[in-house]
Design a protein around this ligand. Structure first.
Ligand code: PEP
Ligand code: MG
Length: 555
């Protein structure tokens, strides 16, 4: 497998996970999954029309559910958007024309709908008024709603039959895409867009999938079937590598294997500095399948369970019983090790439940500062109650910690506590639940002293803390270079939060990506941080690194 006769291209990424993979590339152009294209026999047309009708009916049902769900929200914008979707789904230009295409061209419903969406969207491209032009996205979202029902929950695509590892290249991948592709056996992904701590790269790191994001212009430089080296260790890619590149990478991969073998012995060791100071290393998880690996690397608990995933994955808001089952599974799976569930942090950089299901761009023009995290939960008390009830029931088996995201005011944590109290009363239980604050907004670090009065613990979310402190979008490749954890303000905010926690005598952990940065381990140890929580792939490396450090307290 050499690329001598083909031109070699290479480039760097803004962010990467870990690992190296050499394989064949396949492009996912225009950022959407290809729909299946099938010619039909005449006898199958009626069935295909029925499939379209059924998908449409399911899309309407979904819209009704979402409308009911959003009726608690003060802002009218989401409802208006759902109404707009509903109108589009009734538009004869979309549905009747798609039916016509199925009949006349004898093609499957997805293909017909896709073609008709393209026709409608091309009309928007001609419009001069930028506001109206943007409505094209609404048409696409309304159409994708039906496509989703036609094709199952996720938009699937064909993976070419080959024994070689497949590397997918696209404009952008959502966290759910990454997980779906990983489950489908894709060996690695490269996206043109995305910044340092975009949620998708965090997910890729967690599941150990080599991924690069912010890889400019790679779609232009590549062709389907090209050989590619995806180096998520150094954050670079090479298309049609030379023999020298191959040699180099084969040695590199062999060296990495040795390093991994060497790290494996740290799976059974406690997390200790060389002078036996304990700094437990926990895992950041998102879904159940990761439990196995959490045990393999000897995670001393789950320091951050991001609960968004089960909501994002499901077509509808999961029921209390489903959530209970899911949370119980996690708690049982950790076999009495501590588990911290973070309440839903929908919004911001994450493809939110609402974005996914309603097409509404949550938080308006500036979603990172919009209705996200605890703000959203307090705006939809039924959602908060649903999640808390399921968590409290699950905690009957073993105590859990509940972490509240995006807190900027004391009142927010008090209101969540009140809701915990109400839920316990309604359930008639006295389950011991600790409620902690995620310190990820600079204001929270500034009022850490007051927050400590109403919190059982702190967890410092450095990903957002850096983003909001430096006003640098964590997912934007254009400002990726100035997303700098080394900015002195970051250290100051962390120190303020730790000192406040120490004064009040509550535990404080770090659960952002900095927890996995060896440059910071000595500082965290010295500050008296009580635990670190990080992606599964970093645990062994940090545990080993810690074992060479000495505790030199700074407080
Ligand atoms: C953080 O902000 O540091 C964090 C851990 O949360 P998330 O990455 O999910 O926003
Ligand atoms: Mg965060």
């Amino acid at each position: 497998m050499t690329g001598q006769q083909l031109e070699t291209f290479q480039g760097n990424a803004i962010a990467s996970s870990n690992g190296i993979v050499i394989g064949r590339l396949q492009k996912l152009t225009s950022g959407r999954y290809p729909v299946p294209e099938r010619k039909l026999k005449h006898a199958d047309i009626a069935f295909e029309l029925q499939r379209l009708d059924q998908a449409l009916e399911e899309a309407f049902k979904e819209l009704d559910e979402e409308q009911a769900h959003l009726s608690n929200i003060k802002s009218q914008e989401p409802l208006m958007l759902l109404n707009a979707h509903s109108l589009m789904l009734r538009d004869p230009e979309l549905i009747d024309k798609s039916r016509q295409l199925i009949e006349e061209q004898q093609i499957n419903a997805e293909w017909a709908l896709r073609q008709q969406l393209d026709v409608i969207e091309s009309v928007f491209d001609e419009i001069e008024d930028p506001y109206l032009r943007e409505k094209k996205a609404d048409v696409e979202q309304a159409g994708v709603r039906i496509l989703r029902h036609l094709m199952g929950q996720t938009l699937e695509f064909e993976i070419p039959e080959t024994n070689e590892p497949q590397i997918l290249i696209g404009t952008e991948f959502s966290p759910q895409d990454i997980v779906m592709l990983w489950r489908l056996g894709i060996a690695g992904v490269i996206a043109e867009q995305g910044g340092m701590n975009a949620h998708s790269i965090i997910v890729a790191r967690g599941i150990g999938m080599p991924a690069l994001i912010g890889s400019e212009d790679i779609l232009n430089k590549s062709n389907d079937g090209d050989t590619i080296i995806l180096d998520a260790e150094l954050g670079k890619w090479i298309i049609n590598p030379s023999d020298v590149d191959y040699d180099h990478y084969h040695h590199f991969i062999a060296a990495l294997e040795i390093i991994h073998d060497d790290l494996a012995i740290y799976a059974d060791k406690p997390s200790l500095s060389s002078d036996h100071h304990i700094l437990p290393i926990m895992a950041n998880l998102e879904f159940e399948e990761e439990l196995i690996q959490a045990h393999q690397v000897g995670a001393e608990g789950i320091g951050l369970f991001r609960t968004e995933f089960s909501f994002l994955q499901s077509k509808y808001t999961p029921s209390e019983a489903e959530l209970y089952q899911h949370y119980s599974h996690i708690i049982r799976g950790m076999k009495n090790r501590p588990v911290t569930f973070r309440l839903l942090d929908i919004g911001g950089d994450k493809a939110s439940l609402f974005q996914r299901l309603s097409g509404y761009k949550y938080g308006g023009e500036n979603p990172a500062m919009g209705l996200r995290g605890v703000r959203l939960l307090l705006q939809i008390p039924a959602l908060l109650k649903l999640q808390l009830t399921a968590l409290i029931k699950a905690a009957d088996e073993s105590p859990i910690n509940i972490l509240v995201p995006m807190v900027s005011m004391v009142e927010e944590i008090q209101q969540v506590r009140d809701m915990v109290h109400t839920c316990k009363q309604e359930l008639g239980v006295a389950t011991d639940i600790t409620v902690g604050v995620m310190i990820e907004i600079p204001a929270a670090a500034m009022i850490a002293q007051e927050l400590a009065e109403v919190s059982d613990f702190f967890s410092i979310g450095t990903n957002d803390l850096i983003q909001y402190t430096l006003a640098v979008d964590r997912g934007d490749e254009d400002v990726g270079k100035i997303y700098k954890p080394t900015h002195p303000a970051i250290y100051q905010f962390i120190r303020l939060s730790v000192e406040a926690a120490k004064r009040k005598g509550i535990p404080v952990s770090v659960c952002g990506e900095l927890a996995a940065d060896p440059e910071w381990t000595q500082d965290f140890l010295n500050m008296g941080i009580d635990s670190l929580s990080m992606g599964l792939n970093s645990i062994l490396m940090i545990r080993k690194h810690l074992s060479f450090l000495e505790y030199r307290p700074t407080h």
